[in-house]
Design a protein around this ligand. Structure first.
Ligand code: GLC
Length: 444
């Protein structure tokens, strides 16, 4: 508790804008070599064929052949964002494959086991559907689809394909809105994997762990999966149960950001998309009015029926920058956290947990998101910083992200202190460094 209070006071004291001298980092001279390496990676990770069980073709890039050989929802969106710049045809097949799995009720799974089990038989079993023959997992993941589609459209102007995708995209975002169980504008996630930030310490208390312990963490995180599987993942039953139930900062910030993109996509095809804009307004208002902790001075996720605060300063606390209408003072307090060396401004930012947290663990671990730097979250924060006019700070994040990839290659995650790469190799979304560099080259 004492440590937390220190964080809160520190946050307010350090509310200064960055100075140019803080960011004197040499930039890579060209992104060409990175782009060529990325294209080799996407070729290597490409999975193509026909799923004979359902007669559907697939063509996508898996996150990494060895550890993640299937299609992951938000990974695919990030792949499409990079591919939209490097090889738009592949971005289109990636998105077409993903959208072909939007179910009639609008559900889009977080992992799709195209062509059935491969060498990693544990995934289908672990992810909540009965047996090894599951076609997809029963959970979803941060809804990055509309932004990825908008990026593709921006690169290609391919309106005919947008027209063919839009019904599935709208069905999917309509389905998501049903996760707003208490009608406050914030969606609920029902399993830590749905956040994309698996073992983030912000979920320790929601998993009933007063103190982190590896064994208990594993048991608890799969307990809710097993429990909800026993309920056949039926929303009303899950809603009434007292399992994992989090109004998650990253999930909701990404949702609002994507709803705005979806509204623009609707307008681009002659529709109006008003309902998506209204939902974005509601979600942003709820983030601002319910999730900012005045005492600590940062945003938190909310968990359980009583909406308790998930008090750990993590990269998720930076995500409300994605909210277009975030009040200036709140954007300023997030920027202050990013530029503070004791919180997020480490040698290779942004650590997934602030260095000031007792749980901060910057090295390799099977418990993901408890300290290391990841490129998906760097990319999101970069967008948010630019949206609120923090261009220099955004450039700093882009430069340091590129430095990571130049030092250690496209790894799954990195040590924020040393830049050492860990986890999967040839990891797809780490190519996002290229998108950041290209955005920097394009200017404001
Ligand atoms: C890990 C990450 C998750 C990602 C998946 C595939 O589970 O936590 O966000 O989608 O790997 O890369």
């Amino acid at each position: 508790m004492a440590a937390r209070r220190r964080v809160g006071r520190g946050v307010r004291r350090e509310g200064v804008l960055p100075t140019a001298s803080m960011y004197q980092v040499p930039r890579p001279k060209s992104v060409e070599s990175l782009s060529q390496a990325a294209m080799r990676l996407f070729e290597h990770n490409r999975q193509r064929g026909v799923d004979q069980r359902i007669g559907l073709p697939y063509d996508y890039s898996c996150p990494s052949r060895r550890i993640y050989p299937y299609q992951w929802l938000w990974d695919s969106c990030f792949h499409a964002i990079v591919l939209a710049r490097l090889a738009p045809g592949l971005a289109a097949t990636e998105l077409t494959t993903l959208l072909s799995m939007v179910q009639p009720n609008g559900f889009l799974p977080h992992v799709i086991f195209w062509a059935g089990p491969r060498q990693h038989h544990a995934w289908p079993l672990l992810l909540g559907l009965p047996g090894f023959r599951a076609r997809f997992s029963a959970q979803t993941q941060p809804p990055m689809v509309a932004v990825a589609v908008e990026r593709y459209l921006g690169a290609t102007g391919d309106y005919p394909v947008l027209n063919s995708w839009l019904p599935a995209i709208m069905r999917y975002y309509d389905w998501l809105s049903q996760r707003d169980w208490d009608g406050d504008g914030l969606l609920t996630i029902v399993q830590p994997f749905e956040s994309g930030l698996d073992a983030s310490p912000q979920y320790d208390r929601s998993l009933g762990l007063a103190r982190f312990s590896p064994g208990a963490h594993l048991v608890r995180s799969f307990y809710s999966t097993a429990r909800y599987s026993a309920m056949a993942w039926e929303a009303p039953r899950i809603e009434r149960s007292t399992g994992f139930n989090v109004e998650d900062l990253l999930f909701n910030s990404v949702y609002a950001y994507n709803l705005r993109a979806l509204q623009r996509l609707c307008v681009a095809t002659g529709g109006d998309g008003g309902r998506f804009a209204r939902r974005a307004d509601e979600t942003e208002r709820a983030l601002v009015s319910k999730c900012f902790d005045d005492g600590e001075g940062y945003f938190t996720s909310l968990f359980g029926g009583q909406e308790e605060r998930a008090r750990a300063l993590t990269v998720a606390s930076l995500m409300p920058l994605l909210a277009r209408d975030l009040p200036k003072a709140m954007a300023g307090s997030i920027a202050a956290l990013i530029e503070a060396p004791k919180h997020f401004n480490r040698r290779y930012p942004l650590p997934s947990v602030a260095a000031s947290e007792p749980s901060y663990a910057p090295g390799a671990s099977i418990f993901l998101w408890r300290g290391p730097t990841w490129l998906s979250t760097n990319w999101l924060v970069y967008q948010g910083l630019r949206q609120h006019g923090y261009f220099e700070l955004a450039s700093h994040i882009a430069d340091r992200t590129a430095a990571l990839v130049l030092k250690s290659g496209f790894r799954e995650y990195y040590n924020p202190e040393t830049g050492e790469g860990h986890g999967a190799e040839l990891f797809g979304w780490s190519t996002l460094a290229i998108d950041l560099l290209r955005s920097e080259q394009a200017g404001r």
